[in-house]
Design a protein around this ligand. Structure first.
Ligand code: GLN
Length: 245
């Protein structure tokens, strides 16, 4: 009898633990990002700020939940969604067929292109001139993947952040940096002697990553994005950060 009661208590305790540990069940919406990607996400004092943070906050507000932002390595973002440690990822993340094997993507909320940054006096004029030179990229990003495919892994050096890749360009360790256009603009504004080439490299679309088994959140997020596109509030967020200075 004692054993049965103990077993019952254990079953109940387990059931309780199961319902109380889901991050959504306590009214918290956990977002992961990598805050080295201005204007989408960057560190501002003790907090993360940027387009993706404001968009996530608007989604949390619509769902009546509290937003928690976790700043992790770009490389760890998809695993965090897959394992359920986080509910959604907003990280200027491009929707790609490969990533769709591991996570679901929401409606697209922004478009981007891969830009090429060089020193002002560089002889590199466009994507064709990247053949045979050293290219700096941010690790595990689409820029990294495209450059390895197009120019060979030996010519591509991956850095943990876009800022580190830019530092390598300034000190001559690489001849060009390939990174998304808005961060490219911010990096060139913040660093003298660099320029963005007029020729874009690859076009892509940003979307929110959500776990494959969380259809409910995907539906909710999609309806908020649709609404924000319609009423102009999504564009307002983007404009706020682009016209900021
Ligand atoms: N858009 C690129 C990607 O998804 C870069 C994103 C980033 O560095 N935060 O890979």
């Amino acid at each position: 009898m004692k054993k049965k009661i103990l077993a019952l208590i254990m079953v109940l305790a387990f059931a309780f633990a199961m319902t109380s540990c889901g991050s959504e069940s306590n009214g918290k919406l956990v977002m992961v990002t990598n805050a080295t990607f201005p204007p989408y996400e960057y560190v501002d004092g003790d907090d993360c700020a940027g387009i993706d943070i404001d968009l996530a906050q608007a989604i949390a507000d619509e769902l009546g939940m509290e937003l928690e932002v976790q700043d992790i390595d770009f490389n760890s973002i998809i695993p965090a969604i897959e394992s359920g440690k986080a509910d959604m990822a907003l990280a200027g993340m491009t929707k790609t067929p490969e990533r769709e094997n591991n996570v679901n993507f929401s409606e697209t909320y922004a478009t981007a292109v891969q830009s090429i940054i060089v020193k002002e006096d560089s002889s590199i004029k466009g994507p064709d001139d990247l053949k045979g030179v050293k290219i700096g990229v941010q690790e595990a990003t689409t820029g990294h993947i495209y450059c390895e495919d197009d120019y060979g892994a030996d010519n591509v050096i991956a850095y943990t952040s876009g800022a580190n890749a830019i530092e390598a360009l300034k000190t001559g360790k690489v001849d060009a940096v390939v990174i998304d256009n808005l961060p490219a603009k911010k990096f060139v504004e913040a660093n003298e002697g660099l320029k963005i080439l007029d020729t874009d490299y690859v076009e892509e679309e940003y979307a929110i990553a959500i776990a494959k088994d969380n259809d409910e959140l995907l539906k909710e997020v999609n309806s908020v994005i649709k609404k924000m596109k319609k009423d102009g509030s999504l564009q307002e967020i983007i404009d706020k950060y682009i016209k900021a200075e």
